[in-house]
Design a protein around this ligand. Sequence first.
Ligand SMILES: [Zn+2]
Length: 146
Amino acid sequence: MGIKDLVKPEHFLINHRIESCSYNLDRHALSKTLIENMIHHKGVGLSANQIGIWERAFAIMAEEDTIVCFNPKIIKSYTEKVSFNEGCLTYPDLFLDIIRPNSIIAKWEDEDGKIHKEKLTGFTSRVFQHEYDHMEGIDFTQRHVL
Ligand SMILES: [Zn+2]
């Protein structure tokens, strides 16, 4: 699929909930595309809809590795909240302080359909939550409280 342009914030795909992954989706190809594009566009996370792909999947930079999550879910959000200055590839040059839970229990499928369930904390949790919002058609400008 190669390097793709980032879609604009007003694009339909940015503002609508993304349904579960297509049955016949080539997950390995999409995984490669998401990682390539995340690195090319210099992000720490990238959702498929941000590059015009209508699939419920995103790539994130975790502690030491890159993870691609298909059909991600947040099972639990812990009560402790933290503020962090976030950016988003869809909004170049915009950085906003966003308050989110520090830890979550996340669930997702990998390229092979294997289910993962993990407690994420700190940076990885932050990026997962930001990208998860993209799956729900929400972006960080809607999370920002003055
Ligand atoms: Zn974003």
